[in-house]
Design a protein around this ligand. Structure first.
Ligand SMILES: Nc1ncnc2c1ncn2[C@@H]1O[C@H](COP(=O)(O)OP(=O)(O)OP(=O)(O)O)[C@@H](O)[C@H]1O
Ligand SMILES: [Mg+2]
Length: 343
């Protein structure tokens, strides 16, 4: 039987596992699961309670029925610094040291406490463009230990943004695209052009901020507010409020937060376009649990003046029984599994 590849995306709210099979003409998702992460397990991309993380990861593999333990996983962007830097052309060992040296300027820890990974993305005119990811060694070690607690030894550990860049690079061949991964603790904004990740930044506007806004306006406890948000939130397209009275109040509560999101997305788009001379943004792709808000894509398209769609992992790798609503939620995990499948 041909090998399969597993992508594991551990978030602060949910754990996603995807098992992918390589076919002659593409990929197929054989098994997948999205299970809740108990509060306080993973906080700001860092393991806060190892037992909770192990338990949730174990549950995801069990629910999906995945037995393969060849796993590609990732740290979230909150725990990692990702930058593209330019360095003068130099021999490989020196480049190694130069990248580490640069990385140390971004993370206030001593060299030996830093884990750095990089790839050369371009070489021209005596300059090397390097994309690096750096994280504190302790953060990496604690994450790996929590996975080992679930019986998993990751073969590859990368960054969630790289997984999204891989999953959507086909879409980025016809023109630059923005991917907005809207999770709970924040939103990652990526600009992709062809195979290259041109820009990635994290903004704090995510599902938790939306929930807090609903809690404040509707005077609810956070847990109740989250339930109401997930059931009733609708993005206000055409500046008309929904008819359902609760939906209308939720829409009113989340509008300022969505406004902040628009501002930040616009800022990143403009920054990229100002440097990319003559380029246009082809489209925006939304992923993550918060992209499930009905009408969000239409709302953002109206505000940004660019086509916006909800990204769907099942379009890139079909499944026997896809759950349409989970297409954007398993995007990172699918991109991670693809890394394994591509060797
Ligand atoms: N139908 C829905 N409507 C609105 N929000 C939703 C819906 N379904 C899920 N969410 C929100 O999506 C968020 C969880 O998304 P996701 O599972 O992608 O998070 P995560 O990857 O665990 O988080 P992070 O990457 O920030 O650590 C939560 O804030 C949740 O309230
Ligand atoms: Mg996430």
């Amino acid at each position: 039987m041909a090998r399969t590849f597993v992508g594991l995306d551990v978030g602060s709210k949910t754990v996603k596992a995807v098992e992918l099979r390589r076919l002659r003409d593409g990929f197929r998702i054989e098994r997948f699961a999205v299970v809740p992460m108990p509060p306080g397990g993973l906080v700001e991309g860092v393991v806060a309670d190892s037992g909770k993380v192990s338990e949730a990861v174990r549950a995801a593999f069990q629910q999906a029925g995945i037995h393969n333990r060849r796993v590609v996983t990732a740290l979230g962007s909150k725990a990692v610094v990702v930058r593209e830097i330019q360095l003068p052309e130099m021999p490989e060992e020196e480049l190694d040291r130069a990248v580490r040296f640069e990385a140390e300027r971004y993370l206030p820890v001593a060299g030996e406490d830093l884990r750095v990974d990089y790839q050369v993305v371009d070489r021209a005119h005596g300059q090397v463009s390097v994309l690096f990811a750096a994280a504190r060694r302790e953060v990496v070690d604690n994450f790996v230990q929590a996975l080992e607690g679930a019986g998993i030894t990751p073969e590859v550990l990368e960054v969630t943004t790289f997984a999204l860049a891989r999953l959507f690079r086909g879409d980025a061949q016809q023109g630059a695209i923005m991917v907005a991964d809207m999770g709970a603790e924040g939103t990652d904004l990526l600009l992709l052009q062809g195979d290259r990740l041109r820009l990635s930044r994290t903004i704090p506007t995510g599902g938790n901020v939306l929930t807090r806004a609903v809690a404040a306006v509707l005077e609810l406890e956070p847990t109740a507010a989250e339930v109401v948000k997930e059931e009733k939130a609708v993005a206000p397209v055409g500046r008309t409020l929904p008819e359902d009275p609760t939906s209308a109040r939720v829409a009113e509560a989340i509008s300022p937060v969505l406004g902040d999101l628009v501002t930040e997305m616009r800022r990143s788009m403009e920054f990229f376009l100002s440097r990319a001379g003559g380029q246009e943004l082809h489209k925006v792709v939304l992923t993550g649990g918060s992209s499930r808000i009905p009408n969000l894509a239409a709302f953002l398209a109206e505000e940004l003046g660019v086509p916006v769609e909800v990204g769907d992992a099942f379009r890139i790798a079909p499944a026997d029984r896809p759950e349409e609503a989970l297409g954007p939620v398993v995007a990172v995990a699918t991109g991670l599994a693809l890394r394994g499948a591509e060797g």
